[in-house]
Design a protein around this ligand. Structure first.
Ligand SMILES: [Zn+2]
Length: 270
C-alpha cells in the first residue's frame, strides 16, 4: 500500500515545462481578508486591479488564507536521510493522489498523524526514498499535514520542494496525497473541503491557473491513482478553485465571494 506514490522515482525527473516565478499578489494574512475587502472602495478595488501583474480584478482582490497545515514536528516525523532539494521556482502542476489505504472512519488528529508516520516509514524503509514522497497529505477527516521536509517553507516562499510522487515529473509538480481508496467509494466531505482549500492556497501562492494546473496522478503515469471517483471530480475541483480565486465582493458575483471555510485548528482537535 502507498507504493504507488512516486512509483520509485526519488528526486529524479526530467524536462518539466518552464515555469514563471510567481508574481507577488498574495500574502495577505487570512484574518485580514474581510477587513481588506470591506475597507476597499470600488475605486480602490479598481486601482488594486490595475496594479495586479495579471490585471485581473478578482485575483488582485483575493487573498488565500493559508490553511492550517500540521507540521512534521507535530506528527513526529523522522529526520529525512538528507534535506530535500528546493528549486527556486514554482511548480506548474498540482497532482492529486489517493493513498490507496483503507477508507478509515477515524477523523481524529491521532489517526491523521499516525497515517503520516506510516506513509513516511513505507516510503523510507520499503521504497528506499529519502523521506515522505508527497509534499502534502490530507486525512479522511480533512486534516492537512506537511509531507516531505521543507515543503511548507518552500510553498510560502513560492519555491518547489522536489518530492517523489510522479515518475519523471517530480521537478515541476507538487503532490497532495488524499487518504483513502477512491476507485469506487465517494470522497468524504471533510476531505474534499480541505483539498479545495489547499488547492486554492497553492494556486494563490504559486500563481497557477486551476483549470490547467490541477491534474490526477494518472495524467502522468500508468496508475489508477487517484481512483475513478476522485478523478471524476477533478473538473469540479478546478471550477470550485477558480470560483474562489475569482471571488469578488461585487453584487453580480456574490455567490462566488471569497468566503473561506475554516480548517481544523489544533485547538479544535486536541
Ligand atoms: Zn498517486
Amino acid at each position: 500500500m502507498i507504493a504507488h506514490s512516486g512509483d520509485g522515482a526519488d528526486d529524479r525527473g526530467r524536462g518539466g515545462m518552464p515555469v514563471t516565478r510567481r508574481a507577488v499578489i498574495g500574502g495577505v494574512a487570512g484574518a485580514g481578508l474581510l477587513e481588506m475587502l470591506s475597507m476597499a472602495s470600488p475605486l480602490q478595488n479598481e486601482a488594486m486591479a490595475e496594479e495586479s501583474p495579471e490585471g485581473i480584478a478578482g485575483r488582485a482582490l483575493f487573498a488565500a488564507e493559508t490553511p492550517h497545515v500540521y507540521t512534521r514536528a507535530q506528527w513526529k516525523a523522522r529526520p529525512p536521510r538528507r534535506p530535500a532539494t528546493v528549486l527556486n521556482r514554482a511548480p506548474d502542476h498540482i497532482v492529486v493522489h489517493h493513498t490507496a489505504t483503507a477508507n478509515s472512519r477515524d477523523g481524529s488528529l491521532a489517526h491523521a498523524f499516525s497515517l503520516s508516520r506510516s506513509i513516511q516509514n513505507i516510503h523510507m524503509d520499503k521504497n528506499g526514498w529519502d523521506d515522505t514522497g508527497q509534499q502534502l497529505t490530507i486525512s479522511r477527516g480533512g486534516i492537512v499535514m506537511e509531507g516531505r521536509n521543507r515543503s511548507l517553507k518552500s510553498i510560502r516562499a513560492g519555491d518547489l520542494v522536489v518530492g517523489a510522487q510522479v515518475l519523471h515529473n517530480n521537478d515541476h509538480t507538487i503532490g497532495i496525497e488524499n487518504e483513502g481508496t477512491y476507485t469506487s467509494r465517494a470522497v468524504p466531505g471533510r476531505l474534499w473541503k480541505s483539498l479545495l482549500e489547499v488547492c486554492v492556497w497553492l494556486c494563490q501562492e504559486y500563481d497557477l491557473d486551476p483549470s490547467s494546473a490541477i491534474v490526477g496522478h494518472r495524467d502522468y503515469n500508468k496508475t489508477e491513482c487517484p481512483g475513478d471517483r476522485l478523478y471524476a471530480r477533478l473538473p469540479e475541483l478546478r471550477r470550485s478553485v477558480a470560483a474562489r480565486l475569482e471571488g469578488s465582493p461585487s453584487p453580480g458575483n456574490a455567490t462566488t465571494g471569497p468566503v473561506l471555510p475554516v480548517l481544523p485548528s489544533l485547538d479544535d482537535l486536541t
